[in-house]
Design a protein around this ligand. Structure first.
Ligand SMILES: Nc1ncnc2c1ncn2[C@@H]1O[C@H](COP(=O)(O)OP(=O)(O)OP(=O)(O)O)[C@@H](O)[C@H]1O
Length: 463
């Protein structure tokens, strides 16, 4: 059994957390403000503290230092209703043991309490006195983006390599910049390199630099991106595209903290942190032998997954507001109708936030100063899989969603889909068998007479 102090001005939260703690056999005491908590700590020594960020009087973040020293450094679980990146960074910087966003479920708070009450060796803690950094343009309030904010804050407080995974346009580069901006390296450079855009023959000289005369056009020595990132962060976008020879050299540079330019010469001491990003499944590339496993493990010391926009629909109103305020004339925000906002929430956004922003920009131009309506939005982009090919299942899902969104009452969705997909399928099978119905029916796994009947219905001839 352990003693727990709950500091929150909302009686329902205090009641819920104390009931959960008591159900685990602990004893809980309550304070409705930071000032009351500090007073209580004169006579009460808890083993863990649950502290709300928003309190009357001093906020939880303002009081955390005083509470920590008055409680002899017991673990503090911060709870907040503000799931933004700034609060996440401030919470991690404050040295809080855990940071939980309201509303939370019973398992989340019980799990955090149990971990806090279990003796441990290290916690993520950094200087508590640094000020909160300015906003960095990462918008979102959904639970999944809050998890991303929390991970960005944790990554910023550490110095390990970070691998950011997520679909194209989901905000990987923005997240990398936020990690750099909130890290101890923020005064150093942030050097972004897109490996997919570098010509394979030049990747090595671009990354590692070259000496004078290293190759025909090397009239002068040139430092590479690794050297330019010295003291800061190197962002390797599309890291899956790094050629095999450069993989070996990168690993060596990371391990020895020095870079040898193409053409030889003295290795140059270079210290930087690598944040890499990919829209592919990098581990599959490791399994297929296309990516070195030792480099993969080095680069993925800390992993961050960015959810696609369609899995965080709750962020859409706020993102729309954010982009519309950027797009509107000076000082004014472009307006949007409720129907258009509903349409924005319904779309699958395979190109994620980038496609979303572009769609709003297009709509704002087409609406010519009026509120944005559904008809101002461009057509939704088709889904792309990781190899750049159209994903049929996603296409069908998106088609069905569009049909259902028209508002008309539909009772023949299946028949409508068949009418769309059967003709091209029958044509392809017939073409493959030079118009032979028997052979085409065999390939299709259907009876010959059914194929014939359907071909007649759709007006498909066998020649
Ligand atoms: N949460 C967000 N809030 C505001 N803007 C965002 C957010 N996420 C992404 N964006 C914007 O969307 C665009 C695409 O983001 P970004 O370039 O970071 O994506 P990416 O995942 O790196 O894309 P790619 O894989 O194609 O390189 C940028 O203009 C970025 O500013």
């Amino acid at each position: 059994m352990a003693d727990v102090l709950i500091v929150d001005d909302e009686p329902s939260v205090c009641w819920a957390v104390s009931s959960l703690a008591e159900a685990k056999g602990h004893h809980a005491e309550i304070a409705a403000s930071a000032e009351e908590a500090l007073q209580k700590l004169n006579t009460f020594q808890p083993a863990a503290i649950v502290l709300d960020v928003r309190l009357p009087g001093k906020s939880g973040l303002e009081a955390i230092e005083a509470i920590r020293s008055a409680s002899q450094n017991v673990p503090i679980i911060l709870i907040t209703a503000f799931g933004d990146l700034e609060t996440a960074v401030a919470a991690v910087r404050s040295g809080a043991f855990e940071y939980i966003v309201k509303p939370f479920d019973a398992a989340t708070i019980t799990g955090a309490l149990e971990r806090a009450l279990t003796p441990r060796e290290t916690t993520i803690a950094t200087s508590p006195n640094e000020s909160i950094l300015p906003p960095d343009g990462m918008v979102g309030k959904s639970l999944s983006i809050q998890t991303v904010f929390k991970k960005i804050a944790q990554a910023a407080a550490a110095d390990a390599c970070v691998l950011i995974e997520g679909e194209s346009g989901s905000g990987k580069e923005l997240a990398a910049r936020a990690i750099h901006q909130h890290s101890a390296r923020s005064a150093g450079p942030f050097v972004a390199v897109n490996l997919a855009s570098l010509s394979p023959s030049l990747v090595e000289s671009e990354l590692f630099g070259h000496t004078r005369g290293a190759f025909t056009d090397a009239h002068d020595a040139k430092p590479g991106y690794l050297q330019l990132a010295n003291g800061g962060t190197l962002f390797l976008d599309e890291v899956a595209d790094i050629p095999a020879a450069a993989q070996v050299k990168l690993l060596r540079a990371l391990e020895h903290g020095e870079v040898t330019p193409v053409g030889g010469g003295q290795p140059v001491p270079t210290r930087f942190r690598v944040i890499s990003a990919t829209h592919r499944h990098l581990l599959s590339q490791v399994e297929e032998g296309d990516f070195r496993h030792d480099l993969y493990f080095r680069l993925s010391a800390f992993r961050l997954q960015l959810p696609p926009l369609r899995e965080r629909v709750d962020d859409i109103p706020e993102l729309a507001k954010f982009f519309l305020s950027q797009l509107g004339a000076a000082g004014q925000s472009a307006a949007i109708t409720t129907a258009a906002l509903t349409e924005l929430k319904r779309r699958p956004w395979y190109g994620n936030v980038r496609e979303f922003r572009n769609a709003l920009e297009h709509a704002q131009i087409v609406s010519m100063g009026d509120a944005i309506r559904v008809e101002h939005l461009p057509a939704a982009a088709p889904p792309l899989n990781t190899t750049g090919h159209v994903d049929l299942a996603e296409l069908v899902r998106s088609w069905a969603q569009q049909q259902l969104a028209t508002g008309e009452s539909i009772d023949d969705l299946h028949a409508r889909l068949l009418a769309l997909v059967e003709p091209p399928l029958l044509r392809a099978a017939l073409e493959n068998h030079q118009g032979q119905f028997v052979a085409a029916a065999k390939t299709l796994g259907m009876h010959r007479t059914t194929v014939k009947k359907k071909a007649d219905e759709y007006g498909i001839s066998s020649d």
